[in-house]
Design a protein around this ligand. Structure first.
Ligand code: SAH
Length: 463
């Protein structure tokens, strides 16, 4: 019967609960499940059937989780096997290599290779930092298969990218695993252990366009470059493109900043890769401005702002180790850059102190951590977003730029804009939106999985 070997578990849906599955939403909540047949263990594959017994596809299941099933395949006749997992990994890698961005191809850059549900691989995150991969297993279904997935990803990425992978490190130290009955864990999954610190190239300019390749030897020191090299790079690229009529060319590595990344102990898998595009975009406004980078982590936005010609830089974070790396990064990338002020403090308190002291800035970047974990926290989180944005608006000099973000998925872009409006009114400030920002293209969002969109930002100018 429809490719279901005897003894294979089956997940039977309740009447009327098959629509999301047919619409290719990957999650099956406990309330939609009529029964699980053949008592699957957490992470087992199960065939998914509608209430009329029609087979709809395959999921991995975990009856300890609110999300009992995560759909893998909508082909009832083909139970996902090794070839299926490899094909999905290959597709995710192919998407990154097709992006008009040099980061996936450049030997010492970083990008997300697998974005879980949005790449048809629920519960699996793989980020690439230079020659290392970092894997997060968020569910029992991935936990069970993580050793194989690490080896396959290393093999397939090396093959597609033409460079060996040194190792795959696991960073499954995330609270969300508790919902799957899993504890937190980290360690080497495959190959070598990553060094304590990796230096990752983040280009200052958008990618070389179609067909461009980074030098295989990783040449160019990637050190601090001013806007003059930014311009010469751009013109060189467009000349080449015109002359060769978009044939394949090898371009010089774009000017870049080098970001320090601790993949074994840093936040997330080591860096906030979802903000990589925005660090570049926001920095385009930084020339000549006194920049305040709040919730700076290791100072990525600040490095880009410095490279773009910021007049001064102040960075605030509550994490001492993150600011330690921020100091190292400034020394390496921008030794000629004037004094940067690094402040270890609670951002809310620090901004309030500066407001009371009458201090001002020409540009404020706000990239707070996720304030909303569940819908019950939404009202409280909205107040926190309003508070911090109100303080930032108060610190901005006339004509100042605010780049403000929310990575809480439950805060929609519309709601975020409303919160900003409230903050601006209370601050007595008038802000015009110049750009709306989101997560980078290596964090794609499937139409069938809108939950995958979580990062939003607004870049505005004060009247
Ligand atoms: N903008 C950064 C990422 C910021 S992530 C980048 O591009 O890399 C959020 C940061 O906020 C973390 O570094 C965390 O240490 C810091 N943080 C969390 N709560 C804070 C608080 N109350 N005050 C100051 N920093 C805080």
């Amino acid at each position: 019967m429809s490719g279901r070997p005897p003894g294979t578990p089956t997940l039977h849906l309740k009447p009327g609960r098959d629509r999301p599955v047919r619409g290719r939403h990957p999650w099956i909540f406990s309330g939609a499940v009529a029964r699980l047949e053949d008592t699957p263990a957490p992470g087992d594959l199960a065939q998914v059937r509608a209430s009329n017994d029609e087979p709809l596809g395959w999921a991995y299941v975990n009856d300890r989780s609110q999300i009992v099933g995560r759909m893998l395949s909508w082909e009832p006749d083909a139970q996902p096997d090794e070839a299926w997992w490899r094909a999905r990994l290959r597709a995710a890698i192919g998407l990154r290599l097709a992006l008009p961005d040099s980061a996936p191809r450049s030997p010492d850059s970083a990008c997300r290779l697998v974005n879980a549900e949005s790449d048809g691989l629920p519960g699996l995150v793989i980020d690439r930092y230079g020659s290392f991969l970092v894997l997060q297993a968020l569910t029992a279904g991935i936990e069970r298969r993580k050793s194989d997935l690490a080896a396959w990803a290393a093999e397939l990425w090396a093959e597609a990218n033409g460079r060996p992978v040194s190792g795959v490190y696991e960073r499954s130290d995330v609270e969300v695993r508790a919902k799957e009955g899993l504890t937190e864990t980290t360690g080497i999954l495959w190959g070598e252990e990553p060094p304590d610190l990796l230096w990752i190239r983040e280009p200052l300019v958008p990618a070389p366009s179609i067909g461009a390749v980074a030098p295989a030897d990783g040449s160019s020191d990637g050190s601090y470059k001013s806007y003059s090299s930014y311009e010469s790079y751009e013109s060189q690229e467009s000349q080449e493109t015109n002359r060769t009529n978009r044939t394949h060319r090898t371009y010089e590595t774009p000017p870049a900043v080098m970001l320090p990344v601790d993949v074994k102990g840093g936040h997330k898998t080591g860096a906030y890769l979802d903000q990589a595009d925005n660090r570049r975009r926001v920095a385009r406004y930084a020339a000549g401005r006194r920049v305040l980078n709040v919730f700076s982590y290791t100072g990525g936005f600040g490095l880009h702002a410095a490279a773009a010609g910021a007049a001064a830089l102040t960075q605030v974070d509550s994490s001492g180790p993150a600011l330690g790396l921020a100091a190292e990064a400034l020394a390496r990338n921008a030794p000629g850059f004037g004094p940067a002020e690094l402040v270890e403090a609670d951002a809310f308190q620090q901004l309030r102190r500066w407001r009371d002291a009458g201090r001002d800035f020409d540009m404020v970047i706000l990239d707070p951590p996720k304030f909303v974990m569940s819908s019950g926290q939404l009202a409280k989180a909205a107040r926190a977003y309003k508070d911090i944005n109100l303080l930032a608006l108060k610190l901005l000099a006339p004509g100042g730029i605010l780049a403000t973000f929310s990575c809480s998925g439950l805060v929609t872009p519309e709601f975020f804009q409303q919160i900003l409006y409230g903050a601006a009114q209370d601050a007595g400030r008038d802000l015009a939106i110049l750009e709306r920002l989101g997560q980078g293209a290596d964090h794609p969002v499937r139409l069938s999985f809108p939950e995958g969109a979580y990062l939003k930002g607004v870049l505005g100018r004060l009247a």
